[in-house]
Design a protein around this ligand. Structure first.
Ligand SMILES: NCCC[C@H](NC(=O)CCC(=O)O)C(=O)O
Ligand SMILES: NC(=O)OP(=O)(O)O
Length: 316
């Protein structure tokens, strides 16, 4: 594998999940695979889970890992072709990515959307420029439109907690937030679940429709109560509007999941990628109660990353 930016980079999804499961049981089995190989993790936005779990995944495979908060510790980056750099940007991505490619065998990069211009965000310019100019295998650590390491960990978590022999009903349920949040976790989750052996229902208030390319295999409804009927998993997530790009259209009153609402479900397990704003996106009673899988999801991030890095190392 030379590129891990979406589910489309995975030829055999089931096999990758099995590999992650195998690595969870045997985390140090491939301790020599990454010997004398360098993993560079580049962040243009904050991170707790992705940063630590991917670092740990690389170390479990014997890699040297270097981490840089490029937004704070690097030179201001220019991405425009042909730019006359007489302003605030100091270094072009052409040199920056090429130099990092010389230091690293595999590069992970996180870069959020700006939520100002939809076409610009959805073109994934920064991620694609990194792929082009670094000349090295690239792992998305969450980009403008997707979060594939999160989605793989989510799928693993669902596989582990599903009742054997039953195709699970998975509901992606929009939640309130205090500010505009990217669509990438929701896009990515919908895209992955659309490829998995699950029934996917997405519920959100009017105006929060995700881009059609991500929701092809989903049932979409603005009726949360109906969506929750018989659910086995409820994935809670806020996102800002895609159609009225980057806007917050409602305070979302009544959309926060509660134990009362969970009564409609098939004793559903509740998921969230974290970080979560308690009692805005999700209630204390759920996060502190028996239905929450959020910590298990975060734990599975290590093995999702390890499965992807293992494949990349094997292809070097
Ligand atoms: N990496 C996981 C989630 C990242 C992002 N959350 C945030 O930006 C939270 C910001 C805040 O709550 O202020 C999101 O939900 O897409
Ligand atoms: N879920 C997730 O990606 O968390 P971080 O933003 O902390 O990495």
């Amino acid at each position: 594998m030379r590129k891990y930016t979406s589910v489309h980079d995975v030829a055999d999804l089931d096999q990758l999940v099995k590999e992650a499961q195998h690595l969870k049981a045997n985390p140090y089995k491939y301790k020599t695979l990454g010997e004398n190989r360098t993993l560079g993790l580049i962040f243009l936005n904050p991170s707790l889970r992705t940063r630590l779990s991917t670092q740990k995944a690389g170390q479990n495979l014997g890699m040297n890992v270097i981490v840089m908060n490029l937004d704070k510790e690097g030179w201001a980056l220019e991405t425009q072709e042909g730019a006359v750099m007489n302003g605030t940007t100091v270094e072009h991505i052409k040199e920056a990515a090429a130099v990092m490619g010389q230091y690293c065998d595999i590069i992970g990069i996180r870069s959020f959307p700006k939520l100002q211009n939809r076409e610009e965000d959805y073109s994934e310019e920064l991620l694609n420029q990194f792929i082009k100019y670094s000349q090295k295998p690239i792992v998305s650590l969450e980009s403008a439109t997707r979060h594939p390491l999160q989605s793989l960990a989510d799928l693993l978590t669902i596989k582990e907690n599903a009742v054997a022999g039953k195709r699970p009903k998975v509901v992606l349920s929009w939640a309130p937030h205090i500010k505009p949040i990217p669509q990438c976790v929701a896009n990515s989750f919908a895209e992955w679940m659309g490829q998995a052996d699950v029934d996917l229902v997405i519920t959100h208030p009017e105006g929060y429709e995700l881009a059609g390319e991500f929701t092809k295999n989903a049932t979409v409804t603005t009726n949360q109560e109906a969506a929750l009927q018989g659910a086995d998993f409820v994935y809670v997530k806020n996102w800002s509007s895609y159609t009225e790009y980057g806007q917050v259209l409602t305070d979302g009153e009544g959309w926060m999941l509660t134990n009362e609402k969970l009564k409609e479900t098939n004793n559903a397990k509740v998921m969230h990628c974290l970080p979560v704003r308690r009692n805005v996106e999700l209630s204390d009673e759920i996060l502190d109660g028996p239905s929450s899988l959020v910590l298990e999801q975060a734990n599975n991030r290590t093995y999702a990353a390890q499965a992807v890095l293992k494949r990349m190392l094997e292809a070097l």
